[in-house]
Design a binder for this molecule. Structure first.
Ligand SMILES: C[S@@+](CC[C@H](N)C(=O)[O-])C[C@H]1O[C@@H](n2cnc3c(N)ncnc32)[C@H](O)[C@@H]1O
Length: 212
């Protein structure tokens, strides 16, 4: 998969990305590079593995650029939720840009355990930050009350995405919601539920909920 990504982007760009991902992981004590298939989980019978996208860590440079577009006060006040947090690279970037309350939602027991391990150094270095991993199907996850930044690096499609967007729409009826969507294959699901595009990058969209 890593090699496929090098081929897909052209050699120089692909190698540049691989090098920067490895450097990011080394700097922050992560082991997040290798992809991993997602499999059915016996204790999550409703989990639609057919909708799930396999684990691949987000490009930290792109994630950083998009998250830095959020106003500073949003980063300081909102809860950051990574839907399908995998090995926690997206959470790591979010800690670095100033989020203080973060939740990683991950259905895979193995990946959730790796995320916990990967967060050890960042927790040590950022004692005021509350970052938790919730090992659960994203469809069953209830976001906490208050402003929310939902982060999705193309974690799932289909009915799973529809249900998560539905829940975010319900949350947006009471609180402001921003959605950072990287590799936004299902962007129409958000547009159809009233989210507005605030900014766009090559490979990412930032949505915001309409004012209440
Ligand atoms: C492309 S990876 C995203 C990795 C991570 N967000 C990052 O930024 O590095 C997609 C992740 O979504 C998870 N996933 C897929 N379906 C899920 C579901 N229904 N509930 C929770 N996690 C899910 C996969 O296990 C995988 O770890």
């Amino acid at each position: 998969m890593a090699l496929a990504s090098v081929r897909g982007q052209g050699l120089a760009a692909g190698l540049g990305r691989l090098t920067s991902e490895l450097a990011f992981d080394r700097r922050h004590g992560l082991s997040a590079f290798l992809p991993r298939e997602v499999v059915a989980e016996a204790d999550e019978p409703g989990f639609r593995v057919v909708d799930a996208i396999q684990y691949q860590g987000v490009d930290p440079r792109l994630a950083l650029e998009v998250l830095e577009a959020l106003p500073q006060e949003v980063r300081g006040e909102a809860t950051f939720v990574d839907y399908g947090c995998g090995k926690a690279r997206g959470l790591a970037v979010a800690i670095l840009v100033g989020f203080r309350r973060l939740i990683g939602v991950e259905v895979s027991r193995d990946l959730a355990a790796l995320a916990e391990r990967n967060l050890r150094l960042l927790r040590e270095r950022n004692p005021g930050v509350d970052v938790r991993i919730q090992r659960i199907d994203a469809v069953r996850f209830m976001p906490p009350d208050g402003p929310l930044v939902a982060f999705l690096f193309n974690p799932f499609v289909g009915l799973t995405l529809e249900r998560v967007v539905q829940r975010l729409e319900a949350h947006a009826a009471a609180f402001p919601v921003w959605v950072v969507y990287i590799n936004p294959r299902g962007r129409s699901a958000f547009i159809n539920r009233g989210f507005r595009i605030r900014s766009e990058w090559d490979g990412a969209v930032l949505f915001e909920s309409k004012p209440r």
